[in-house]
Design a protein around this ligand. Structure first.
Ligand code: HEC
Ligand code: HEC
Ligand code: HEC
Ligand code: HEC
Ligand code: HEC
Length: 499
């Protein structure tokens, strides 16, 4: 067998093109096997080496293979012989003599082709598997740095990118690869926009992705959330806001909760201006029995044509557009680190200093991270020299934590600063979120707006108060907030059966 291969290889290597083909193919083949072994043993794991193993080397392998027939063809042309004559010249007569299973030449080509098919099949499967891994999606291309960073800090850090972005099935796979090719081109030719524009239109329907792991029937009850806001004063006084978020999804009873929008018995469909899903023209509830409730934006002029709008059935991503790529708001990020004591909240003025240090823009990330640290230290040295000496360790710790906020959220190379992406989950700062629809202007035929009552979505147990559950206590008639406190307490009790 070996000698047959030898005869075959010698003959196809006669021309320099064929010879190069044989060398390239073999070099690619053996390097690939070697790298694959290192990968299986866990010695190699980064995605650049994966790109070499699964993309560059197979490309060389195929290129080499193509050179072999090309070399043969050139040999034929240069010698002026036809195929049969050339074969006679290059191989001994026994090698090309017809036998019952085909000549030795045919057999050799068949065996080699078979080996190639198996080799290629295996490598393709390994390649697809590798390309499904978050580390590939997140690090093979530098453009993904913001998405990769936010992903790793998110509740989905262990959910593969493809679970949300590709979904299951051959159709989804093919779509995603075609799309991926376009993305590789646009990155190579620098055609992409910065930051990457949203919404992402190619996202699979939530039914095929999110609902594989979370499904509407599963949402019930309330979720308690306490948010600490530290004041900008010298002692960073904490104030607490506590919400009992009504995350239920039950269909039957009205006011059942936030996930009502995606529970089974109906759909919420909306039409919004442009493709940003922000300014609503109308929203409709379509019930299973055919009944429709329609709310129109009374301020919307009808000058724009239909082409300027997008109509969409609400799913998870209409609220959870930042399910994974969560960018923090500057102040929230500082408050959270202070609540976690990563930034020592006993350090006088630190809230104020942190806000100032993160407000500056820097052209480059590495420079920004260092500059934020320096800023924190230098403010204390300059404005509060005694504190700088007494609290040196705390200041260092704070500077580290504050610069890590910068690292986590700001990406100058992709033009992502504070507030680059809107979040639809609540209604904070400029992000209208729920208030895109829940506002006084979205009215039905009788002038009733979509409910925007402050306790529709959450009971409020404290709102910038000194105690996290202030309104659960007895209201104090001497206080200015007596009426609000009494109302919120009663509302909470009413919406929490059993307490
Ligand atoms: C839990 C689901 C989920 C996972 C896991 C996930 N994404 Fe996303 N991703 C989304 C959603 C939802 C959006 C869309 C936002 C929109 O349309 O506004 C998005 C948007 C994006 C965008 C557009 C920019 C942006 O921030 O909106 C990129 C790029 C992206 N994802 C890449 C990745 C990469 C790379 C990974 C893995 C490292 C990943 N995603 C993992 C859900 C996910
Ligand atoms: C492969 C499974 C999987 C998929 C797909 C998935 N998730 Fe998740 N999701 C998880 C896991 C696991 C957690 C973390 C649960 C925890 O921390 O308790 C999570 C957490 C969450 C949370 C946060 C809960 C919290 O504690 O704050 C939200 C919101 C969420 N997912 C929404 C989505 C949305 C929207 C999608 C689709 C775009 C999606 N998920 C797709 C598995 C998944
Ligand atoms: C109308 C807006 C909206 C839609 C649509 C929506 N969610 Fe939510 N979801 C919320 C809000 C608001 C919360 C509470 C946020 C918080 O805890 O900060 C939440 C909470 C969650 C949580 C945490 C729940 C818990 O009990 O702790 C998960 C998981 C989740 N959503 C997944 C989904 C999935 C999956 C879908 C689609 C099938 C979906 N959501 C559709 C608004 C929505
Ligand atoms: C695209 C429009 C739209 C958006 C965005 C939207 N909603 Fe709604 N929501 C509606 C409509 C329409 C209703 C039904 C109103 C009615 O029947 O009076 C509704 C009803 C509700 C209800 C009452 C459900 C029930 O059981 O009766 C809650 C709670 C709610 N929404 C919470 C939210 C939250 C929280 C957000 C943001 C995270 C949000 N909604 C975003 C359109 C929207
Ligand atoms: C349509 C649903 C909805 C309505 C109506 C609504 N909220 Fe909210 N609200 C939310 C959601 C969702 C969040 C936040 C979730 C999060 O941070 O995860 C929120 C957050 C908040 C917060 C905390 C913000 C922070 O981070 O400090 C306060 C305070 C608040 N709401 C007050 C109000 C008041 C006051 C009203 C009435 C004017 C109101 N809400 C009406 C859904 C709603």
């Amino acid at each position: 067998m070996i000698t047959k291969f030898k005869i075959f290889i010698q003959a196809v290597s006669r021309h320099w093109l064929g010879k190069s083909g044989v060398v390239i193919t073999n070099a690619a083949f053996f390097t690939l096997i070697f790298l694959e072994l290192l990968r299986i043993l866990g010695i190699l794991s980064n995605s650049y080496s994966g790109l070499v193993t699964y993309m560059t080397l197979p490309a060389f392998f195929v290129f080499g293979l193509l050179l072999i027939p090309l070399g043969w063809w050139r040999l034929k042309k240069d010698s002026g012989l036809d195929n049969a004559e050339l074969m006679k010249r290059e191989f001994d007569p026994d090698f090309i003599k017809a036998k019952s299973l085909g000549s030795n030449l045919t057999m050799t080509i068949t065996v080699l082709t078979f080996i190639n098919i198996i080799f290629f099949g295996t490598i393709s499967a390994r390649m697809l598997h590798f390309m499904d891994k978050p580390v590939f999606c997140g690090t093979a291309c530098h453009v993904m740095e913001p998405e990769w960073t936010t992903y790793q800090a998110s509740p989905h850090a262990h959910v593969a990118c493809v679970s949300c972005h590709v979904g299951e099935g051959v159709g989804a796979l093919i779509d995603s690869k075609i799309n991926g090719l376009y993305q590789v081109l646009s990155v190579s030719l620098n055609l992409y926009e910065k930051p990457i524009p949203t919404p992402v239109h190619q996202l699979r329907p939530a039914r095929e992705t999110c609902e594989k792991c979370h499904w509407p029937e599963k949402f019930y009850g309330m979720r308690l959330k306490t948010i600490t806001h530290f004041q900008n004063d010298s002692i960073n006084s904490p104030k607490y806001t506590t919400l009992a978020l009504k995350v239920g999804a039950a269909e039957s009873k009205p006011g059942s909760g936030i996930h009502w929008h995606i529970s089974r018995g109906h759909e919420v469909i909306y039409k919004s201006l442009g493709d940003k899903r922000e300014s609503m023209a109308w929203a409709e509830v379509h019930y299973a029995n055919g009944e429709i409730r329609r709310f129109e934006n009374i301020n919307f002029s009808d000058e724009a044509t239909d082409d300027d709008f997008e109509i969409r059935t609400m799913d998870c991503v209409d609220c959870h557009n930042r399910a994974t790529h969560i960018y923090e708001k500057m102040e929230n990020a500082i408050d959270l680190r202070m609540a976690q004591e990563l930034i020592p909240n006993q350090l006088p003025y630190i809230k104020n200093v942190a806000m100032a240090s993160l407000s500056n823009g820097y052209p480059d990330k590495a420079q920004g991270i260092e500059a934020v640290k320096k800023y924190v230290n230098s403010v204390y040295r300059r404005d509060y020299p005694q504190l700088a000496i007494a609290h040196a360790a705390d200041i260092d710790k704070a500077a580290e934590a504050i610069s890590s906020i910068y690292q986590r959220n700001i990406f100058p190379a992709m033009e992502i600063g504070w507030d680059a992406y809107k979040s639809h989950i609540g209604h904070q700062y400029d992000d209208a979120g729920c208030f895109r629809c829940h506002n006084e202007d979205m009215q039905d035929g009788e002038g009733n707006p979509i409910n925007y009552d402050c306790t529709l979505c959450h009971s409020i147990l404290a709102w910038d108060e000194d105690a996290p559950f202030a309104y659960v206590n007895e209201p104090d008639s001497a206080k200015a907030n007596f009426a609000m406190h009494s109302y919120l307490k009663a509302e909470f009790i009413k919406s929490t059966p059993g307490i």
